[in-house]
Design a protein around this ligand. Structure first.
Ligand code: ME8
Length: 660
């Protein structure tokens, strides 16, 4: 049986999973399912990258040990994937003891071969990138990624002779045009190999500076460079080196595999990793598949802008299958794409509610009305029926081809050709007129033709929308079956796959239309209402009471309602003016969680931000995050108002302590 092995990057555990991580992992899951559908033995691998300076710093900021910190965030990644319909076969952590041993074996192999040497090196070190920069690479003396000033460090380190493999790798990329794809990234990788001599790679960090890493097997005063450790995961996750010579091992079965990454990590994957494999005399991966970046309304996602998209919340809001469909359809693989609630709503309404959903809904209800939800016999097909079937088969073959070439958006577009054609066919054949005229045989033929072609589409959608595909297939009277090469060939070759007389669902409403979201108007941005004169005595009293700081008592609530509030103690770590709203302040508040929360509050008229840093506060921690003039607010700071003055509620308990 043909095997297929697809990997995602292993994600840093210095931030919680966001839309970008979800996209790569959903694409990997989709590819695994697609190859399963082709009848292959497919495996998908993901995990977390847990060593290095970056993680030590993030752990320290959260007041945790690196191990406790990585356990927590790695767990968040691991728990998220099944909730996004992702079935990973393996989840590796670079702190796993078997991984550490395997990385040491790889380092030792390269050292024994003479491809690792010891030397003094001085360079500009960026802690964010965890790498040295040469003078030439800096922009105005700053790191081009982080725009921070790197530290000049001169120290003795171990180096991998990457330059030795420069020509061999260049030739390999020239000889194998789809080794790195799409083409633009292949050209970028070639440019890295052609613009002068490739530098050797510094693969160690002295323990005097960093201990959170894998110790070098040949020098206990050093740990491995985090990228050397991380890239090795793709084979250590398959049990390498144990299985290297063993025909039954996971390594023998699945390696060489395919990698999926975004453009940010092209160099480590396109240059470091293949030269490491060459040095270790191991086969190179089959393809490096590189995708672009998700932007949010054309802006880079970033914590400080507060526009980071939580994938689970989006999937819950829009429906998991619809969310997966949008991601695969909207991004032209290789280019950047823009995410927004409007874009996803528009796409769902057009493709899923109008085209696909409407087709299922109208055909199934007609079959219920005219044939009591039993599949009618095929009868004698007309030219129009043949044309529709041919269109579906040609589009399906096209879909399979484009999918295999990583052109998901184009593949889905191809599959929507017969969906749209079927809606048109319904209008043209007008089953209701056939029913009125008593042409039952022709009516049966029309509905059966539709049901068969709908079945093909539903089947082929499984890799992207596994749950919806299974539901749609059941609605057509044929539940999801086992996948095999023969089953797919039959699907593409034959016209009839449903059984005459089998039951179809009486109705279908999988993809209801969604309301276009209204931009949430933040309190501070709303136009101030004209002050109307007090209408009556009661209202007048209320406003007077408010002025004097004594609000009228509110209606009684149940204790259970009060208990729904998650009130927590926190410390304000940072406070500043909102960049575009005078009434608002932006805070980073430590609630004892791995990451501080960003909270935006309309209290700028009462406080100077610098006076609030370090203050203990009480926060409502379970309000849904909401945008306030472009910044996401992840909670509410409690205040008390009296005599036109505002005071912060404060207690002297540790961060994260619940208030009850
Ligand atoms: O780089 N759009 O980890 P990382 C699309 N640990 N994809 C995005 C994205 C965005 N806006 N942001 C992130 C690392 N990604 C290393 C990898 S592998 C041996 C070590 C996805 O947590 C995308 O897959 O920074 C990108 O390559 C990856 O997350 C970077 O994840």
């Amino acid at each position: 049986m043909k095997t297929y092995y697809i990997t995602t990057p292993i994600y840093y555990v210095n931030a919680r999973p966001h839309l970008g991580h979800a996209y790569s992992t959903i694409v990997a899951d989709t590819l695994k399912r697609f190859h399963t559908m082709l009848g292959e033995d497919a495996r998908m691998q993901t995990g977390t990258d847990e060593h290095g300076d970056k993680i030590v710093k993030a752990a320290a900021a959260a007041g945790m040990t690196p191990q406790a910190f990585t356990d927590n965030i790695s767990g968040a990644f691991r728990e998220l994937w099944p909730q996004l319909g992702i079935e990973a076969d393996g989840f590796i952590r670079t702190t796993d003891p078997t991984h550490k041993k395997a990385v040491q074996a790889l380092l030792q192999r390269l050292y024994d071969k003479g491809d690792i040497y010891f030397s003094e090196y001085g360079g500009h070190y960026c802690y964010g990138c965890e790498r040295f920069y040469t003078e030439k690479e800096l922009v105005d003396g700053l790191c081009p990624q982080h725009l921070t000033r790197p530290e000049y460090i001169s120290e003795k380190n171990y180096f991998f002779k990457m330059s030795k493999y420069q020509d061999k790798l260049r030739q390999y990329i020239l000889d194998n045009p789809d080794f790195i794809r799409p083409e633009r990234y292949r050209s970028e990788a070639l440019a890295m190999l052609e613009g002068g001599v490739l530098e050797d790679l510094c693969i160690s960090r002295p323990k005097s500076r960093l201990t959170w890493g894998i110790e070098l097997p040949f020098d206990k005063d050093y740990v491995s460079y985090v990228w050397f450790d991380a890239l090795s995961n793709y084979i250590t996750a398959l049990g390498w080196p144990e299985g290297e010579g063993d025909a039954g091992s996971l390594y023998q079965k699945y390696w060489p595999g395919e990698h999926l990454v975004a453009k940010d990590i092209l160099k480590p994957h396109g240059i470091f990793w293949p030269t490491m494999l060459m040095a270790a005399d191991l086969p190179l991966y089959r393809h490096l598949n590189v995708h672009g970046y998700w932007l949010v309304r054309d802006t880079k996602m970033s914590k400080s802008l507060g526009n980071v998209v939580d994938p689970l919340r989006a999937a819950e809001h829009f429906g998991l299958d619809a969310f997966r469909y949008f991601l695969l359809r909207e991004m032209n693989f290789g280019s950047d794409a823009s995410y927004s609630a409007e874009a996803i709503t528009t796409r769902i309404n057009a493709d899923l509610a109008n085209d696909l959903g409407n087709l299922f809904s109208r055909v199934l209800s007609m079959n219920a009305k005219y044939f009591q939800s039993k599949i009618p016999p095929l009868g004698d097909p007309s030219e129009a029926d043949d044309a529709l079937c041919e269109l579906t088969d040609a589009s399906a073959a096209n879909y399979v081809q484009l999918f295999g070439d990583m052109r998901f958006s184009q593949a889905l577009d191809a599959l929507w050709t017969p969906i749209r054609a079927m809606n048109k066919y319904v209008d043209e054949q007008a089953p209701w007129t056939l029913a009125k005229a008593g042409q039952t045989e022709r009516l049966g033929c029309v509905l059966r033709t539709l049901l068969e072609n709908m079945y093909k589409v539903a089947y082929l959608l499984w890799p992207i929308m596994p749950t919806a595909s299974a539901t749609l297939q059941s609605q057509l009277g044929r539940p999801l079956g086992a996948f095999s090469e023969a089953a797919l060939n039959d699907l593409l070759k034959y016209r009839a796959h449903l059984r005459t007389g089998a039951d179809t669902a009486p109705a279908s409403n999988l993809f209801p239309r969604l309301e276009l979201p209204k931009e949430e108007a933040p309190e501070a941005a709303k136009p101030k209402k004209e002050k109307k004169p007090a209408q009556n005595k009661a209202e007048q009293t209320k406003s007077e009471q408010k002025k004097s700081g004594q609000e009228a008592p509110k209606a009684a609530i149940e204790l259970a309602d009060f208990q729904k509030l998650d009130l927590r103690v926190g410390t304000i770590l940072a406070a500043e003016k909102h960049p575009s709203a005078d009434r608002l302040l932006r805070f980073d508040v430590d609630l004892g969680e791995p990451q501080p929360r960003q909270i935006v509050s309309g209290i700028a008229a009462f406080f100077r931000p610098e006076d609030l840093v370090g203050r203990k506060v009480v926060v409502v921690a379970n309000l849904p995050p909401r945008p306030l003039r472009g910044l996401e607010s992840q909670g509410m700071i409690l205040t008390a108002e009296a005599d036109g003055k505002l005071d912060l509620l404060t207690v002297n308990a540790p961060n994260g302590a619940p208030v009850a």
